[in-house]
Design a binder for this molecule. Structure first.
Ligand SMILES: [Zn+2]
Length: 635
């Protein structure tokens, strides 16, 4: 996961909101921890008082930026000064936000810290209002004049990408009157998502079931995640039947909610003169629609690879015929601890192919308190990297648990951190912020390197099987499942576009077809019960138009990049490091093309399938050898 921040205050405000939403108390037992394993926030502000004292300065800077209103077209020099002011304000504001946000994540029950977070949120709204004039005014100044300014004033070079991107939006920016109507409709368009969130998180009455060992299991969202992986097959079925049975009671209501959300996406696309909601969604980062369509078509052409995984899963779990509730239990258990020092050494060794420049910064971060490592009472759960403090360094939040999953998360989050660090070192503040489309590449690249390393150091076959199995499951969840979601989103938007009513029942039918196709229901690979096709109702991402495909494209891109680097292909390492250092200095699709990966072609997707098949070849070889040995022994 990555804490994202874009050069738009609306997005920051939204980001802050999301962080607050997710700020649930960590339930894990407190472990005595060393100060060395917590953040040093003094690098941001030496004291809370210093943070408080920064606020009047920010407010004054906001007034200064606000005073640029009506002046952007006066001269190249005025434009440069206004953009400089805006940029330095944004940079300071990010720092101000990071301190408050992370301070609160250290202890979500701390009311003072929560209060600081609210101050940032209010200031963010004020910031948005003070700077909302900029884009429309720049468009009014016009392309010709802006180009003339850029050619006569080299100081504007730093803002070229920003200005070009603003100009690119011109055909989709409307008259002032229409823009006001859209802005006024903003609250209404957020309604489906917020109704869904309230319903799914606060109002559904969750069932409680009794498992075979007598455990009373309450199946709310986290209970479901916990119990669905249980080793007892009857229990798994009970969990699925009760959980999906509950969701299906609300099929009609949640159908109406999602239908409304799809209508909002289409409304936005129509009024802004896009050719559909998909085009609007991918246009933000200027991604060709072909990327989305290639992802979906290549995946469909290679579902046999996913089916092979399910057959292998059936073999390893010793189940004759898989059903959908057999998808989560781990293939192999690993009884091995990975204390933090071991995790660090493994990660450093894994990323060694990226060179000294990379590993030395990681080591520095390990030693200089860039991470808050261990779970403790009141600390935010999960893991993230926050890279918004441009001239400080990235910060990482972990809940390290001494298991292999923790090592993998460490490598993943450090992928984000190094991407941010290298970008910040090489790009101006305006251009260091990379797009979501490239955000999960460096993280999943590191996971690929970690797997490669673990396969070399594993002591025995059991350990090998564990690492291979966890990598397989990762590809299923991050690539195939997200692509299935992406295809579902496309299907429901298209169905509505054809005038078909999106009822809950209709959504369930569309989803069931996809579930069955992806899981090989008709080929006898895995049986999908009708009841489980309500799963669409459980996925909150569908309210965030065409977003999840970027998980799948990221892992496809990193698979191809890692394959080339590990094979020692000439220039591959350089191209990869150049990609990381480029940050947001160009559109992500172009940056990736320069790194040798064209996401509109089949190559990266095929690299993912190859990787998955390579992993399965290795697993099957181990299993075959074992079976041969045991049948010899039996004779
Ligand atoms: Zn991530």
């Amino acid at each position: 996961m990555i804490a994202r921040h874009r050069n738009s205050l609306a997005a920051i405000a939204a980001g802050i909101f999301l962080l607050m939403q997710a700020g649930l108390a960590a339930e894990t037992a407190t472990k005595t921890h060393d100060i060395q394993d917590t953040w040093n926030l003094d690098e941001l502000y030496p004291t809370v008082a210093a943070w408080e004292a920064a606020r009047p300065g920010l407010e004054q800077q906001m007034d200064q930026v606000g005073a640029c209103k009506g002046k952007l077209g006066e001269s190249a020099a005025v434009l440069e000064r206004c953009l400089d002011d805006y940029t330095s304000l944004l940079k300071e504001f990010y720092r101000f936000y990071v301190y408050a946000s992370m301070g609160s994540d250290q202890d979500v029950s701390n009311q003072d810290a929560m209060g600081r977070r609210q101050i940032v949120s209010q200031l963010g709204t004020r910031f948005s209002q003070a700077t909302s004039f900029a884009s429309p005014e720049l468009l009014e100044v016009g392309e010709d004049k802006l180009r003339q300014y850029m050619s006569e004033n080299p100081g504007l070079g730093e803002y070229q990408m920003f200005l070009e991107d603003t100009l690119r939006q011109a055909p989709h920016t409307l008259s002032e009157e229409s823009e006001n109507v859209i802005a006024a409709a903003g609250n209404i368009s957020r309604a489906p998502g917020s109704i869904y969130n309230t319903f799914a998180n606060a109002e559904i009455e969750w069932p409680t079931i009794t498992l075979s060992d007598g455990t009373e299991a309450r199946l709310d969202q986290s209970g479901y995640t916990k119990y669905r992986a249980t080793g007892n097959r009857d229990d798994r079925q009970k969990v699925f039947d009760a959980f999906w049975g509950t969701w299906s009671k609300y099929e009609r209501t949640l159908g109406a909610t999602l239908d409304a959300s799809v209508s909002v996406h289409s409304f936005r696309a129509n009024v802004r003169k896009y050719d559909g909601a998909l085009q609007l969604a991918v246009s933000g980062d200027n991604i060709p629609e072909q990327v989305y369509r290639t992802l979906v078509s290549e995946t469909n052409a290679n579902l046999a690879t996913l089916h092979r995984y399910f057959r292998l899963r059936a073999r390893m779990l010793g189940i004759e015929k898989l059903r959908y509730f057999d998808i989560y239990p781990p293939l192999v258990a690993l009884d091995k601890e990975f204390p933090l020092e071991v995790g660090k050494q493994l990660t450093l060794a894994a990323v060694a192919p990226l060179g000294e420049e990379y590993t030395s910064v990681m080591e520095k971060g390990f030693n200089e308190r860039w991470m808050d490592v261990y779970p403790r009472k009141g600390k935010r759960s999960g893991a993230y990297m926050n890279g918004a403090a441009y001239d400080v360094h990235p910060y990482l939040l972990l809940n390290y648990n001494d298991d292999y999953e923790s090592v993998s998360t460490l490598a993943h989050e450090w992928g984000h951190a190094m991407h941010t660090y290298l970008s910040a070192q090489n790009q101006s503040f305006t251009n260091y912020n990379y797009a979501t489309f490239t955000a999960e590449i460096a993280s999943t690249f590191n996971e690929a390197l970690l797997l490669d390393h673990m396969l070399r150091v594993a002591r025995d076959d059991d350990e090998l099987l564990y690492y291979l199995g966890s990598a397989l499951e990762n590809i299923r969840g991050t690539f195939f499942r997200q692509t299935m979601f992406a295809e579902f989103e496309l299907a429901i938007h298209e169905a509505q576009g054809r005038g078909e009513p999106l009822t809950g029942q209709k959504l369930t039918e569309i989803y069931k077809d996809l579930l069955r196709r992806y899981h090989g229901h008709d080929q006898g690979v895995m049986e999908i019960d009708d009841l489980y096709a309500i799963e669409w109702a459980y996925i909150p991402h569908f309210y965030n138009s065409f977003y999840v495909y970027q998980y799948a494209t990221s892992i496809a891109a990193s698979s191809l990049l890692a394959e080339k680097v590990l094979a020692g292909e000439e220039g591959a390492l350089d191209r990869y490091m150049t990609l990381l250092k480029a940050g947001g200095s160009d559109y992500p699709y172009e940056l990736l093309k320069r790194a040798g990966v064209d996401m509109a072609t089949p190559d990266p997707y095929r690299a993912t399938f190859d990787r998955m098949n390579m992993i399965m070849d290795k697993i099957e070889a181990i299993l075959d050898t074992r079976e041969a040995a045991s049948s010899t022994a039996a004779r």
